[in-house]
Design a protein around this ligand. Structure first.
Ligand code: GLN
Length: 394
């Protein structure tokens, strides 16, 4: 910590300003500058790098409830977005403890240097318990995170920017985060419309990339699939021309109701064509909208790696990774759709199947990264669904 001329008053190089005027002072790290967004909290105890690079966090500032962030450093392998260094994901990180020198055999960089390269602003020394309690009581506020190494801030301007944030409702952000062009997975073969990777003899899965986490691609490949990733606005005919055995609707940022405008007509055609469909998170919400259901904004959202979810088809409880601020209204689902999973934190919907088409989806993240792997078998369920449909056609 550097001292100002008044030796008793340390220079504090970062601010978090909420739209209601609340100000948190702290030490800046990572990128300098100002970023505006919705402030949420994540309760995961590990996996800060995966969290900060999850494209679904676009236009959000993540408060970590776990106090020690940065202690295992950062590397090139744990980013969940496209390999491009500046790929868009979380705007900022709010943490409790000062950052220490990383200690881990996988660390290649320290977290502040890695965040600086990715344009993510950090603030430490924040009373994250107070901030989390405020979010719990009042919902996710709009806010501004600012890092100025000189310690000078135009506080009126920061507050104006926090108040001026339009909010995630109504925002379609998939175009900003889709990495379909940027993924450079092994064997990737960019064709202009998508790339293919994975097991050449496995079921062919076309992933619509609304902001896909790379581990979803890795888990599909691990489940034996051949994977082709396509951009978010790819039309039905282009998808079908790739002869998919199944289609995955990926996770992604923003308001599902806004993305629905161009995504739902495509999904409805896929349902009609009876091509097996699997939605994850935003993909789950889009599937619900495609069958006539509704989605709604949640006050605090679900962000963590410790969420209990009940699989209603087996009666088993899984501890899962979550990251969503919108939810499917179970009551709105038509009778052709059945809920398959429910959150044991608040009873919200966490999965569905369509009864007259081979389609399923989950709100949580079966790929984990970070988090427990209890839900990995959901990928096998989708592979079984594709095999069954292929068997019917044969
Ligand atoms: N992880 C996701 O796909 C998030 C979906 C959606 N943007 C939400 O916040 O609810």
């Amino acid at each position: 910590m550097r001292l100002s001329q008044d030796a008793a008053k340390p220079v504090r190089t970062a601010r978090l300003v909420l739209a209601d005027g609340t100000v948190f002072e702290g030490e800046g790290f990572g990128a300098s500058g100002v970023a505006v967004g919705e402030v949420c909290f994540n309760t995961a105890m590990t996996g800060y790098q995966e969290i900060l690079t999850d494209p679904s966090y676009a236009e959000q500032i993540v408060t970590f409830t776990f106090p020690h962030i940065g202690n295992v450093g950062a590397n090139d392998d744990d980013a969940e977005n496209a390999t491009d260094e500046a790929a868009v994901a979380a705007r900022g990180a709010v943490v409790r403890a000062p950052l220490t020198t990383p200690s881990n055999f996988r660390a290649r960089f320290d977290l502040p240097g890695w965040m600086k390269r990715r344009g993510i602003i950090g603030i430490s020394g924040v009373d994250t318990r107070a901030l989390t309690a405020a979010i719990r009581e009042g919902g996710m506020p709009h806010g501004v995170i600012a890092h100025s190494p000189s310690g000078h801030f135009d506080m009126d301007d920061l507050l104006r920017r926090a108040k001026g944030f339009a909010g995630l409702e109504g925002m379609d952000l998939t175009g900003r985060v889709s990495g379909a062009r940027a993924y450079k997975e092994a064997q990737a073969d960019w064709t202009g419309e998508g790339f293919t990777t994975g097991n050449p003899d496995g079921p062919h899965v076309v992933v619509i990339d609304y902001g896909v986490k790379r581990t979803i691609l890795r888990r599909l490949v691990a489940a034996g699939c051949r994977v082709t990733v396509v951009p978010p606005k790819t039309d039905f005919e282009t998808i079908m021309a790739k002869n998919p055995d199944g289609v995955v609707l990926s996770n992604g940022p923003g308001d599902p109701a806004a993305t629905a405008e161009y995504a739902v007509p495509v999904i409805q055609k896929i349902l009609e064509a009876k091509v097996p469909l699997f939605g994850i998170c935003l993909g789950h919400q889009l599937l619900a909208l495609a069958v006539g259901g509704r989605t709604m904004k949640m006050p605090q959202g679900h962000h963590g790696a410790n969420h209990p979810v009940k699989d209603l088809t087996t009666g088993k409880v899984e501890i899962v990774s979550m990251n969503h601020g919108f939810a499917v209204d179970t009551e709105s689902l038509p009778s052709r759709v059945k809920a398959t999973h429910t959150s044991l934190f608040d009873g919200s919907n966490s999965g569905l199947i369509v009864e007259d088409a081979p389609a399923m989806s989950v709100q949580h993240h079966p790929e984990a990264s970070p988090g427990p792997q209890d839900s990995y078998p959901v990928f096998s369920r989708f592979v079984d669904m594709m095999r069954e449909e292929k068997g019917k056609a044969a």
